[in-house]
Design a protein around this ligand. Structure first.
Ligand SMILES: O=C(CO)[C@@H](O)[C@H](O)COP(=O)(O)O
Length: 217
C-alpha cells in the first residue's frame, strides 16, 4: 500500500492565530498544508485572499497544496505559484478549457490537480488523467468546512484508483471534506493516498496527535 499523505486544511485554523497554527503544522507529521481559495461565486463562501496565503507561505515549512474553488482559475494561477504552491488544483466543473489550464499550471512549475464535486463522475477524468498529478474527490459539497462526509465517495475512490492504475499509477488521489478516523481507513483501502482534514485536525484536543493517527490509518 502507498504511503498516505495528510494535508490539514487551513480553513479550520484559528485565523486570529495563523502563525501559531502554521508552526504547529510545521512540527507535525503533516505532508502538506491545504489552502482553500473561494471566490463567493463558484461556491457560496469566501475564505481568504493572497495577502493571507503569502503570510502562511512565509511561515510554512511544509509544501502548500492549493485548492481553487473559483469560477475562473486562470487569473489566480500565478498568485498561487508566487504564494509557494507546490500543487494547484482547479475544479473540473469550472474549467471550460481544462487541458489548457493544466498546461498553464505545469508551465508555472507546479503540480496540477483536478477536483470533482460530489455529483461529478470520475469518468470525466478519462481524457486528462495522463496529464495530471492529482485528482481531488470532494466528499462534501465545496464551500464550507465541518460538513458530513458523503459515503458515496468510497465508490468513486475505488473507480478512480482502478482508472489510475492503468494509465497513471503515480496519481495522487486526494479526498477532501468530512475526513475523520471513521472513514480514513476505508478511503485508503479503496485507493486514496492523500487526505485533507480541517475540523478533524484543528478542532481536536491535540492536532499533532490527530495528524499522526491519520497517517497511520
Ligand atoms: O474544500 C473544503 C471545503 O470546501 C475543505 O478543504 C474543508 O476545509 C475541509 O474541512 P473539513 O470538512 O475537514 O472540516
Amino acid at each position: 500500500m502507498k504511503e498516505c499523505l495528510v494535508s490539514p486544511s487551513m480553513l479550520a485554523a484559528d485565523f486570529a492565530n495563523i502563525q501559531r497554527d502554521v508552526e504547529m503544522l510545521n512540527s507535525s507529521e503533516a505532508d502538506y498544508i491545504h489552502i482553500d481559495i473561494m471566490d463567493g461565486v463558484f461556491v457560496p463562501n469566501i475564505s481568504f485572499g493572497f495577502p493571507v496565503t503569502e503570510a502562511i507561505a512565509r511561515h510554512a515549512k511544509k509544501p502548500l497544496d492549493f485548492h481553487l474553488m473559483v469560477k475562473d482559475a486562470t487569473p489566480y494561477l500565478e498568485a498561487c505559484r508566487d504564494s509557494g504552491a507546490e500543487i494547484i488544483t482547479v475544479h473540473y466543473e469550472a474549467c471550460t478549457h481544462l487541458h489548457r489550464t493544466i498546461m498553464a499550471i505545469h508551465e508555472l512549475g507546479a503540480k496540477a490537480g483536478v477536483a470533482l464535486n460530489p455529483h461529478t463522475p470520475v469518468a470525466v477524468l478519462e481524457e486528462i488523467i495522463d496529464h495530471i498529478d492529482l485528482a481531488l474527490i470532494m466528499s462534501v459539497n465545496p464551500g464550507f468546512g465541518g460538513q458530513k462526509f458523503i459515503p458515496h465517495t468510497f465508490a468513486k475512490v475505488e473507480k478512480l484508483a482502478a482508472m489510475a492504475e492503468k494509465t497513471n499509477p503515480d496519481l495522487l488521489i486526494e479526498i477532501d471534506g468530512g475526513v475523520t478516523s471513521e472513514n480514513a481507513r476505508e478511503l485508503v483501502q479503496k485507493g486514496a493516498n492523500m487526505l485533507v482534514a480541517g475540523s478533524f485536525v484543528f478542532k481536536s484536543e491535540n492536532p499533532q496527535d490527530t495528524i499522526h493517527s491519520l497517517k497511520r490509518v
